[in-house]
Write a protein that binds this ligand. Structure first.
Ligand code: ATP
Ligand code: MG
Length: 362
């Protein structure tokens, strides 16, 4: 792309033609329009890099043209030719989205300087947009790459380990069993890390706000809780959901919101005591729906609270160290609520339990 297409909009024929002569001599492609409306129509059908428009015209004036150019494509540069080079008129046209102005009368050189500068701006803008898009596409590719090239083989390895452990590849002695068990444990850790990481990049892509839906909070919570039946059972943990019937729907992206719930419930089980309990409640507070996940677990020391939402932060307590984890869960939770325009709070009593509160829009 060359970025040398200029549209001149002026009701005076002489002015249009002389602009065209000056610009074409420098290899710029010029189109002419005799009025604002005609100019905008041309712009919507043809590629244009810069619009040079007269301020005073019958019908649609230069300020209005600049405003419409900006609405149509903010990277197209608008330059206004004004007969009254007063500060006020200049300020006014710039406010409406014009990039520059050119006071009348002007010399061919003055015209060229302003137009070349405008075209340069347009080129930079289009190129940086293209770079940004390319970067986003690379990030997306990277996510796909990680999913297919890393996660799939790891899951396959993990499945083979499981088959071997089950004795389906022949009988194993105790040492072999032990080693295979360790292999599988490490693989699980790695797979968790990759899954967390994939979640993060999905959230970062900033698509959450466009996927908001009204959903029933108690439905979401119950579905998530059901997924943990086994894990909770292993530790004899009872999980109760106390969301009043008729509680207003919330505005969330169901997929990532589920991810958020999974992380909070997983923590409430992992850092709970044998035979403990989890209670999930909801109440309304101003415009918010507040969801609380409360556990009767080990709690969090006050000095650790400021860090728990940091990436890769893991508690220092012995009870935490003996559990596998990467320290990404709560940072994912925080990203998800923030992407929803909400917030998360935590209060805890060491040795007694912890409550995480999620604020989302009703
Ligand atoms: P993973 O990435 O597998 O979730 P993780 O659980 O260690 O690892 P986070 O979920 O981010 O990481 O939690 C960070 C830390 O916060 C934990 O290591 C733990 O110390 C503390 N923590 C989180 N939830 C609780 C909870 N319900 N009770 C007590 N401590 C908690
Ligand atoms: Mg966690």
């Amino acid at each position: 792309m060359e970025f040398r297409r200029v549209l001149v909009i002026d009701d005076e024929e002489i002015a249009r033609i002389s602009c065209r002569r000056v610009l074409e001599a420098k290899g710029i492609t010029v189109a002419l329009a005799a009025g604002g409306r005609e100019g905008i129509e041309y712009l919507m059908r043809n590629p244009v890099d810069l619009v040079l428009v007269d301020l005073k015209m019958p019908g649609m004036d230069g300020v209005e043209v600049a405003r419409r150019v900006r609405d149509f494509d903010p990277s197209i540069v608008a330059i206004i030719i004004t007969g009254y080079a007063t500060i006020e008129s200049a300020v006014e046209v710039m406010k409406e989205g014009a990039y520059d102005y050119l006071p009348k009368p002007f010399t061919p050189d003055e015209l060229l300087i302003v137009v070349e500068r405008g075209l340069q701006k347009r080129r930079l803008e289009v190129e940086s947009t293209a770079l940004r898009e390319e970067k986003a596409a690379m990030e997306r590719n990277f996510v796909t790459m990680v999913t297919h090239q890393l996660r799939s083989p790891l899951s396959a390895i993990s499945q083979y380990a499981e088959v071997l452990l089950g004795g389906m590849g022949g009988e194993l002695n105790e040492t072999q069993c032990d080693m295979l068990g360790r292999i599988q444990h490490r693989l699980d850790g790695l797979l968790n890390l990759i899954n967390d990481w994939l979640d993060m990049s999905r959230i970062q892509s900033g698509e959450i706000l466009s996927r908001l839906q009204r959903v029933s909070l108690s439905r979401c919570v119950k579905d998530a809780v059901d997924g943990f039946e086994l894990a909770a059972g292993e530790k004899n943990i009872r999980c109760t959901v106390e969301i009043p019937p008729g509680f207003p729907d919330v505005q969330v992206d169901p997929f990532t919101f589920r991810e958020l719930l999974n992380n909070l419930i997983a923590n409430a089980i992992k850092y709970n005591r044998e035979g403990g309990s989890i209670t999930i409640r909801a109440h309304e507070k101003k415009d918010w729906a507040v969801l609380e996940v409360e556990d009767t677990g080990i709690g969090i020391e006050e000095k650790e609270i400021p860090f728990v939402f940091d990436q890769f932060y893991r508690g220092k307590a012995q009870e935490v160290r003996t559990q596998t984890g990467t320290g990404l869960g709560l940072s994912i939770v925080q990203r998800i609520v923030k992407a929803h325009g909400g917030k998360v709070e935590v209060r805890s009593r060491p040795g007694k339990g912890t409550v995480f509160s999620i604020y989302v829009n009703r």
